[in-house]
Design a protein around this ligand. Structure first.
Ligand code: IMP
Ligand code: MG
Length: 220
């Protein structure tokens, strides 16, 4: 009996410590759980739900119209280098590239400003550089979201220094109310309010990229 009481005390003590440190595994009851992520949230992640903001159907229609505009803008190109910013743009670039009626090459660049956080660090680091040359070429930079604007500003500055013939950007989402630096993407899929979003390639701490729609994160 004494042994059982001692064991129970130990279990309660551990539970209290874990809860205090916020390290207890939380039940992950996201409404899009089946496709958006595993059943259990990661250590330290708060419990959240995802509310649909933009449907897969609306995204597909918008991607098609963006591609038409981009195709006509670059209609005289010899070859368009489509540069996807990893990792958030990987779904968008895959859909957009297949709608572009142009000779093109795909390349990727990885820039990081968020890490696993929900706020930009404003310090942009290049984690993976382009493989190909862009000097004298037509370039389209494909970004998932323009938020503070630091990432796109930094990347466009870097790529412009390589002397491309023309360089433009296309962002799936834009949060104009969050802008801290004066930068504009020539093409924007959707302007959205100041919400933290996931899905269609976009993550929250590496989760929910595989949702086919875009949803906003709501903490419970
Ligand atoms: P910026 O440098 O502040 O414009 O941030 C741009 C990058 O931050 C984007 O490429 C995204 O990867 C990330 N980001 C901005 N807003 C969100 C969001 O709502 N959800 C997930 N990632 C975001
Ligand atoms: Mg990102």
């Amino acid at each position: 009996m004494k042994n059982v009481v001692w064991r129970l005390k130990t279990i309660f003590l551990c539970k209290n410590v874990l809860e205090k440190e916020g390290a207890l595994f939380l039940n992950f009851s996201c409404s899009s759980r089946a496709r958006g992520g595993p059943r259990w949230a990661h250590i330290g992640l708060k419990n959240y739900e995802i509310d649909e903001l933009i449907s897969a159907k609306s995204i597909a229609a918008r991607v098609e119209s963006l591609a038409k505009e981009i195709t006509s803008f670059f209609s005289d190109t010899e070859k368009l280098i489509v540069v996807g910013l990893l990792r958030g743009s990987f779904v968008f670039i895959a859909d957009l590239a297949r709608e572009l009626d142009l000779p093109l090459e795909i390349d990727f660049l990885e820039a990081s400003s968020y890490g696993n956080n929900m706020k930009s660090s404003r310090e942009v680091r290049i984690l993976k550089d382009l493989r190909g040359e862009i000097s004298g070429r037509d370039v389209l930079v494909v970004e998932d979201i323009v938020d503070t604007g630091y990432t796109l500003h930094h990347v466009l500055g870097l790529l412009k220094s390589k002397k491309p013939k023309r360089i433009e950007a296309c962002a799936l989402l834009d949060k104009p109310s969050r802008r801290e630096i004066n930068i504009k993407s020539r093409w924007v899929g959707f302007e959205i309010p100041d919400e933290f979003v996931v899905g269609y390639g976009i993550d929250y701490a590496q989760r929910n990229r595989n949702l086919s729609h875009i949803g906003k994160v709501r903490f419970k």
